[in-house]
Ligand binder design. Structure first.
Ligand SMILES: [Zn+2]
Length: 193
């Protein structure tokens, strides 16, 4: 996460100190005493299917430009996680999701991100590339470009989805992705067991 340098209230340079009754260093303004907290970001996204095919987006922005992913992005203020996931599908793939249900919660503590992914139907099977997307594709399992996936979180979600589908039952999955950014993640799956 980007380091905080300046106070959001008065623009003075901040110090990193542990406040009384706290246990972690915080960005504290020596001028106006404002404490600026930094907390994890929530990424929300969708796994949308049509006639058994999966909607994937080829990224047209960094990081991981040209690599493939599920539509997802940072949650906005004043929306629910599902609203955010549906908004991302609309923005990135001009896609409408229907019959949505929670599919996965993934923790990435090393980069302070939490992913919440929903699964559902792609309405009318219609999608096209949005502003941040180079191309979209509706792909069978055998057509998924596994070596060209942008993020290990999405690879994990897709693998669990295909596994569930073979077993005839969609679960809600939970895992923690350990390891440094840029390294291959160690995935600790804790639910379902
Ligand atoms: Zn200040």
């Amino acid at each position: 996460m980007a380091k905080i340098n300046f106070c959001t209230q008065c623009a003075h340079r901040v110090d990193f100190l542990i406040p009384a009754d706290d246990s972690r260093p915080r960005a504290i303004c020596p001028n106006c005493k404002h404490i600026q907290y930094s907390n994890p970001k929530l990424v929300v996204g969708c796994l949308l299917t049509h006639q058994g095919k999966i909607l994937l987006c080829q990224r047209d922005i960094e990081p991981r430009i040209n690599y493939w992913t599920l539509p997802a992005g940072y949650m906005e203020n004043r929306e629910s996680t599902l609203e955010g996931a549906l908004r991302e599908a609309k923005e990135e793939a001009c896609a409408v999701g229907e019959n949505m249900r929670l599919f996965a919660i993934y923790d990435l503590p090393r980069i302070s991100h939490v992913y919440m992914l929903y699964v559902g139907d792609l309405a009318q099977g219609e999608a096209k590339a949005g502003d941040e997307t180079k191309a979209i594709a509706l792909l069978e399992e055998s057509e998924i470009p596994w070596s060209e996936m942008a993020f290990s979180v999405m690879t994990e979600a897709l693998q669990r989805y295909f596994e569930d589908r073979k077993n005839g039952e969609l679960n809600i999955h939970r895992a923690t992705f350990e390891g440094q950014p840029g390294e291959e993640a160690t995935i600790i799956r804790d639910w379902p067991q």
